[in-house]
Design a protein around this ligand. Structure first.
Ligand SMILES: Cc1cc2nc3c(=O)[nH]c(=O)nc-3n(C[C@H](O)[C@H](O)[C@H](O)COP(=O)(O)OP(=O)(O)OC[C@H]3O[C@@H](n4cnc5c(N)ncnc54)[C@H](O)[C@@H]3O)c2cc1C
Length: 318
């Protein structure tokens, strides 16, 4: 059965899985990692815009397409790292159809989750098949019994912007709350059952901030990242005054790197100073037998992104 509500309040609390762009959902249903009634957001007119409030906060509707986010002039001017992340993920075809909400709430790409015959916590099983099987693209940071990584590039990027989420009928919380701590192996996110995401809100960009999105992939296009990073920094009088560093594809939820952020504050804004700081990204990693390479990638991509952030165009001019 498919329902077609005309607003998000009607969609909330429904018995059925929300369908937005369907680029994740349709593939999952084809491989039987999903079934039951659907609530299609096709006829919903709200949550399809990017709006700037009088105080400069930016609201991004959950039904805004990834392409629209990537091409929005306000976003690319004020939040260049976010625009780069949106424009760099998936393919033009997926970005044209996939939505911000669907991206944040997409399910794991773990091949055991998506294989009908494989046992998996997220399908009601009692074990993680990836741990003893092929986990080449899995976690190098242990948060719980499931070894898969979260696939959302935008979730990772918005974590670096301390974004807040707007859930229909619920209090605004943070993007970090949307994912939780990753310890529940059965969950893809911490959104309560029946809840519908209406949008995202971000604070105004900081004047002079520099941001960069960077990923390492196994092929140049149409692939999920092996490691991805979003760096935001503020430089004052030749010194890094503040820093936000988020990483994705290394754990069951997107992560911030507080040890890297703390070490950056007060460091000279010079490439030589960044190498030792990037090495701190290794702290807290605990790779599986096949994922040790991602720890090296993590350090390298963080170092590269930090170096690029130093020379990125500052928001609003220097
Ligand atoms: C080749 C390829 C490469 C890709 N590479 C990347 C990549 O690098 N990074 C990345 O992040 N993604 C990547 N993707 C995934 C793609 O970005 C997602 O499939 C897409 O963003 C999902 O958006 P959608 O609107 O189609 O979601 P849907 O498929 O419609 O929904 C996805 C999930 O979100 C839920 N949902 C959707 N909207 C809401 C809402 N408003 N409230 C509550 N629940 C909701 C649905 O119920 C469903 O469970 C790739 C996909 C392909 C095919």
């Amino acid at each position: 059965m498919i329902r077609f509500p005309t607003d998000l309040a009607q969609a909330a609390g429904s018995d059925g899985e929300i369908r937005a762009g369907a680029t994740d959902l349709a593939e999952r249903r084809r491989t039987m990692a999903g079934e039951g009634p659907l609530v299609d957001l096709r006829d919903v007119a709200e949550a399809r815009n990017i709006e700037v409030a009088a105080d400069g906060r930016t609201r991004i509707g959950a039904l805004v397409t990834i392409a629209a986010l990537a091409h929005d002039e306000h976003v690319s001017g004020g939040y260049p790292g976010l625009a780069q992340a949106a424009g760099g993920l998936a393919t033009p075809q997926i970005r044209a159809v996939g939505t911000v909400g669907g991206n944040l709430l997409q399910h794991t790409r773990c091949w055991y989750y998506r294989a009908p015959e494989a046992e998996c916590f997220k399908k009601g099983g009692a074990m993680c098949s990836a741990r003893k099987g092929d986990h080449l693209w899995h976690a190098c940071v242990e948060l719980g019994p499931c070894a898969s990584v979260h696939a959302s590039t935008l979730g990772m990027a918005l974590l670096a912007y301390d974004a807040r989420i707007d859930i229909v009928g619920a209090t605004m919380r943070t993007v970090a709350d949307l994912y939780g701590d990753g310890s529940d192996p059965t969950a893809h996110n911490a959104l309560p059952p029946g809840a519908v995401l209406r949008g995202i809100e971000i604070d105004p960009p900081r004047r002079g901030e520099r941001s960069v999105y960077l990923r390492a992939t196994s092929r140049a296009r149409a692939e999920w990242p092996l490691v991805e990073v979003l760096v935001r920094i503020g430089v004052e009088a030749g010194v890094i005054a503040w820093a936000k560093v988020a990483v994705g594809a290394v754990a069951g939820v997107p992560l911030r790197l507080p040890q890297v952020e703390a070490a950056l504050v007060g460091a000279p804004a010079q490439a030589e100073a960044l190498v030792a700081i990037a090495a701190l990204a290794r702290e807290g990693t605990a790779p599986l037998p096949m994922t040790a390479y991602t720890v090296d990638l993590l350090e390298g991509v963080v170092a590269d992104a930090l170096e690029r952030a130093l020379v990125a165009d500052p928001v609003g001019g220097s």
